[in-house]
Write a protein that binds this ligand. Sequence first.
Ligand code: CIZ
Ligand code: SF4
Length: 305
Amino acid sequence: MDITIQTRLATLKKKHNILILAHNYQRPEIQDAADFVGDSLDLAIKATKSNADVIVFCGVSFMAEAAKILNPDKTVVLPDPTATCPMANMVSPTDLRTLKNKHPKAAVLAYINTNAEVKALADLCCTSANGVEMARSIKEQEIIFIPDKNLGHYIQQQVPEKTLILWPGYCHTHQDILPEDITKLKAAHPKAEVLVHPECRPEVIALADHAFSTNGMVSHAKTSQATEFIIGTEQGLCYRLQKENPGKCFYELSKAYCPNMKKITIEKLLNSMETLEPEVHVPDPIMHKAKIPLQRMMDLGRKTP
Ligand code: CIZ
Ligand code: SF4
């Protein structure tokens, strides 16, 4: 990284007591600038353990909102407020209310990729790392799962004793990965292990050796005997995988690109560290209600802060 950028980052961090968090899908230079790189839950937990006054969250809006909900006394800044998750935007509070009215006995399990007003109507949240565990923990027989149909389908396969009611949402970045993309890479690298994200289509997951969350892929790559991996998720993760495992090879899918994740640039990061804006605000009643399913997930899981 440019020495002048490094100096500006260090000066601003000190001046405002800032913690920089970056999601696994962020640009390499943003990952290098961050104090921690991780998945959404991991980063929200890091924020709760920090003495920083300001959290600059390099990711998309639902993640920065989750960090704010779990850290209401800190200033949370999202360097580009238009960085939202199209999948989270596929389910509105009205949609969810209608679905709940149709299935009054069902519990609502909301993927962390939902906006705060939707979380406020849910019973429990989950991430791709703990979706199966969270679904198993629910006592109701019927579970409304929002918004990702692919992750929902994956959870249903692992938890056949429950009936999942799926919402037809999906992530373009993962939905666009096709079976032939995997088979082509596998033909070129026959020894590579195939790791895919459960947001991928079921036909893609069926071709993989393992389906993992991004942090799951990071842990697996470290301990696996394999030295080559085909990575079926947003390509930004390959930068972290390569950096942490210099002796191993990671083959990315260049088409697996999330334009919203890439909206955060080093210039926007520096600007937001100077101005402490744009700040993330979640209205109080939503904040209190959305915290319940998030906190429940953290209390149930091993990832308790
Ligand atoms: O929870 C996250 O950070 C997301 C969206 C993906 C993952 O699997 O880590
Ligand atoms: Fe949303 Fe998919 Fe981008 Fe993640 S990769 S922020 S789920 S659109």
